[in-house]
Design a protein around this ligand. Structure first.
Ligand code: ADP
Ligand code: MG
Length: 741
């Protein structure tokens, strides 16, 4: 028997309906329609608020006819029927006009007092909302199927995401027909019956019936609860299985060796490790010694000292004769890491002489290197001469080979997912240990969902001697004079021997390029700060700012550097080096400085058009200052009026330096799609019913259940339906979701 889910709708519903579902909603199989859930349920007697209908949008509304007139058209042949409907809300009747051309049915059926569901695209005509030739269905039609008046009164009306061409009730009809055609009882239920019993959830066939044709509001509510939990369980089991499978793979054990590079490095460290660094260090040391791969996420505030922790882990592997790779999200960062690792290794960093006995060779590998440099690095990686290879995603390309890769460290990267890990894994016989580092604090359930197959460690404290960063919102609209004051303030820092970052949202003078190709903003939760359809003047750009600062009297005589993602690699490196060495006083840059850039002498950060950035991003950015024992200042400059919703974000950042608090605030303000990255790729959001924050509890429960299932039945042999649901979930289109792990 062909799987019920795979049956073609054209065989079950008839060609015409099936074609519409296919053309307008992309639904072709029984399973796809079954899983196309109503977006909400209307109650009988409930009318749609007409005043809130969005214009130029396909809508489904319930309304009562208050007036209907028909007349012969003067300019054209035929009759026009004008129907005025109202929502009768608050007594203040909001009305809308519906115009039908040559519809005798409408003229006959839509008499005053009739309640009907209408569907069409909202337009405006003479200042009033209108629908032209809307599709409609009379609401007492259900009486035809013999339901009693009371049953009818309780029966919710499912409202499906629909289009003007395929109204909600036609989807509802098709779904109802489908339910009658299928042998629902034979659908395998992904939820184990024990769990169904534990949470009192309906079985699959009942749940489908209740979600598509609920007899009462309780029915759809319980069905929804079931599907939410099912979704959470499928996802968490997928992650748990992945984690378990992973744990079985062989890896290269690198037990710590006394008297090696790591000990020498520790002996020369200019500071003592924080308690957290020591603890995490011990965890990593123990896991690296195992012959199954470590898979760990290291969270820690900007400046909490993650890099030292990672470097110590790398040295442990090198001490054992293995290699470590450090992956950075941008070339600038890769260059910085390369420099700072060599700096902190000091004499332990060996120059590239093959066969030299002591020290470790560190090489850099990026896409923009000259072919000579690149070849030298490639050779050092492949021969095993280089113990530590620092690079960008170029490290993942096929022609990069390692002699004995034992550890991969991924810095500040949310986009390093399954595919990338597999690419790296292909580079060595054994699975390398993996350490992912992020400075964006992640609430527990998000971590569980997005990084569900990684163990998590957190550095909670900052190293001692870190100076607090004072953050101020500078509103130019109410304080135009501040526009100049900022630069006088910058001058004070420069005169004191300090340095200044100036961050702009755009690169070119045109302002059309929002953000920076190399920046992480689409990948982090920072995101763009502009609301949908929010048209604004072009963002302040690096180009325009450099030109302006060159003319700024307060800054006369100071040197200004430029850094953004569109510079060639060597130019970027030079700009960064000049700033790091103090040769430039001010660095005008895009968010390319957002992560990891470390210039301790920088004390002031001016963020222009700060309202264009997200909370997490602003927090990351300001972490660039106050790193060298001098107090740091961050100015969030905005020309939005006070009270503008986007300014609330700036106030939030100014009010707290606790990344965790801010991340939570940030999340509350954003939609799920942004968190999980599904919408960015233009694909449908992968989570259908679950909301990572709202449904934290469901997710936690599902995770615990999933871990138990996998511990008990690692291959999911006894959970065939669940396994099938996971496979369906992990179809290529949905992988974007797990990729972020
Ligand atoms: P993160 O990557 O977590 O933002 P880094 O590893 O770049 O932080 O560390 C920030 C700065 O703090 C670096 O200059 C580093 O040398 C320094 N640092 C790290 N650990 C300590 C410590 N325990 N005590 C003092 N300074 C430290
Ligand atoms: Mg860092």
């Amino acid at each position: 028997m062909a799987a019920q889910r795979d049956l073609d709708l054209s065989r079950l519903l008839g060609g015409a309906s099936a074609k519409k579902l296919k053309d307008h909603l992309g639904l072709a199989t029984a399973g796809e329609l079954l899983d196309y859930f109503p977006r909400r349920y209307a109650e009988r007697g409930e009318l749609t608020r007409i005043a809130e209908l969005p214009i130029d949008t396909d809508v489904t509304l319930l309304a009562r006819v208050v007036k209907a007139t028909s007349r012969t058209m003067t300019t054209r042949k035929g009759r026009i029927t004008e129907v005025v409907v109202s929502d009768g809300i608050d007594g203040a009747l909001e009305t809308m006009s519906l115009t039908f051309f040559n519809s005798f049915a409408a003229a006959k059926q839509l008499t005053p007092g009739t309640v009907a569901m209408f569907s069409g695209r909202v337009g405006a005509y003479r200042g009033r909302l209108q629908l032209t030739n809307p599709d409609y269905v009379l609401l007492d039609d259900d009486a035809a199927d013999g339901a009693s008046a009371e049953e009818l009164a309780n029966k919710p009306i499912p409202v499906y995401p629909a289009t003007a061409k395929l109204p909600s009730w036609k989807v509802a009809q098709s779904a109802a027909t489908l339910l009658g055609q299928l042998d629902l009882a034979s659908l395998p239920d992904p939820l184990p019956s024990a769990l169904r019993g534990k949470y009192r959830l309906p079985g699959l066939s009942d749940a489908y019936r209740m979600i598509h044709t609920p007899a009462t509001a309780q029915e759809w509510a319980v069905a929804r609860r079931r599907f939410q939990y099912e979704e959470a369980l499928v996802l968490q089991t997928a992650l748990a299985r992945r984690k378990a499978q992973h744990a079985q793979l062989p890896s290269r054990p690198s037990p710590a060796r006394r008297g090696g590079l790591l000990d020498a490095f520790d002996a020369q460290l200019p500071f003592t490790l924080t308690e957290g660094q020591r603890e995490v260090g011990e965890t990593l040391a123990a896991e690296l010694a195992l012959n199954h791969p470590m898979n760990r996420l290291l969270q820690g505030e900007v400046g909490s000292g993650k890099t030292v922790v990672a470097l110590r882990a790398m040295l442990q592997v090198v001490d054992d004769g293995g290699q470590a790779a450090l992956l950075a999200p941008t070339e600038v960062l890769a260059g910085q890491h390369y420099e700072s690792i060599r700096r902190s290794l000091g004499k332990l960093a060996r120059e590239g002489i093959l066969g030299a006995a002591d020290g470790v060779e560190v090489v850099l590998l990026t896409g923009s290197q000259s072919s000579g440099e690149r070849n030298r690095s490639l050779l050092a990686a492949a021969s095993g001469g280089a113990g530590i290879v620092v690079g960008t995603h170029a490290l993942l390309s096929e022609n990069v080979q390692f002699a004995d890769l034992g550890l991969v460290v991924v810095d500040e990267q949310h986009r390093f997912g399954v595919e990338q890990r597999d690419a790296l894994r292909a580079k060595s016989l054994a699975t390398p240990h993996l350490l992912v580092m992020t400075a964006t604090p992640i609430p527990r359930t998000v971590a569980m969902t997005v990084f569900g197959d990684l163990e998590t460690s957190t550095l909670r404290e900052l190293p001692a001697g870190r100076s607090p960063i004072a953050t101020h919102v500078v509103g130019l609209l109410e304080n135009p004079a501040w526009g100049r004051r900022i630069w006088a303030r910058a001058r004070e820092e420069v005169d004191a021997g300090r340095q200044v970052y100036v961050v702009c949202p755009a690169i070119g003078e045109s302002g059309e390029d929002e953000g920076d190709l190399e920046s992480l903003d689409e990948a982090t939760w920072g995101g763009t700060a502009l609301g949908p359809g929010e048209a604004r003047k072009p963002a302040v750009s690096v180009g325009a700012t450099v030109a302006q600062l060159a003319e700024e009297p307060a800054l006369a005589g100071s040197s200004i550097g430029v850094l953004h993602g569109r510079l060639a690699g060597p130019e970027k490196t030079a700009a960064m080096e000049d700033f790091a060495s103090g040769a430039t006083d001010l660095l005008v840059a895009t968010t390319v400085v957002e992560v990891g850039v470390d210039v301790p002498n920088a004390t002031l950060m001016v963020i222009l058009d700060a309202d264009r950035f997200g909370i997490a991003q602003l927090h990351q950015l300001r972490g660039r200052v106050g790193r060298g024992g001098y107090p740091g200042t961050c100015l969030l400059v905005t020309s939005l009026e006070p009270g503008h919703p986007s300014r609330a974000r700036l106030e939030a950042v100014a009010a707290s330096t606790d990344g965790f608090v801010l991340a939570q605030k940030d999340l509350e303000q954003r939609r799920e799609g942004d968190i999980l990255g599904a919408t960015q790729s233009g694909r449908r959001s992968t989570l259908r019913l679950l909301r990572v924050l709202r449904d934290a509890e469901v997710i936690e429960r599902a995770r615990a259940d999933a871990l138990e299932i996998v511990a008990d039945d690692p291959g999911l042999e006894r959970h065939g339906a669940l396994r099938a649901a996971i496979d369906a979930y992990l179809e290529p289109e949905k992988e974007v979701f797990l990729e972020r792990g």
